[in-house]
Design a protein around this ligand. Structure first.
Ligand SMILES: [Cu+2]
Length: 124
């Protein structure tokens, strides 16, 4: 009985690890206030932490915005240090209203790269 519970717990742990992909992948969160979701220049706040939730202050961040239709130039943003450790501030211009996909590439000090995409709806 005890052994089967232990086995079940082990299996659950393995499943949980799979869902978060590789354990070294950073967590990436973008904060944008609603009034920054209109056409024009805004700032994206990107928070990067490790699997344990510890802030990663020394990553390089690349930001690329694409719209969901053809024929648009992508928009790039340069990340600057934010107010908190692990927080990055990215000046960014929504050049058109509509559906956007923002791809964040996080490059850790050991050159590990991970990419995550976020969807936004921007008002004209
Ligand atoms: Cu467009």
């Amino acid at each position: 009985m005890n052994k089967s519970i232990l086995l079940l717990a082990l299996l659950l742990t393995l499943v949980a690890c799979r869902q978060t992909a590789a354990p070294n992948n950073p967590n990436v969160v973008i904060r944008v206030t609603p009034d920054h979701l209109t056409v024009g220049i805004t700032a994206l706040i990107v928070e990067v932490s490790d699997a344990d939730g510890t802030a990663i202050p020394d990553a390089r961040i690349e930001v690329r915005g694409d719209m969901n239709h053809a024929g648009m130039q992508p928009v790039f943003g340069d990340a600057q240090p934010g107010d908190q450790p692990g927080e990055y501030r990215v000046p960014f211009e929504w050049t058109m209203g509509g559906d956007w996909i923002v791809t964040i590439t996080v490059i850790l000090p050991d050159d590990t790269r991970t990419e995550q995409s976020f969807e936004f709806v921007v008002e004209s």
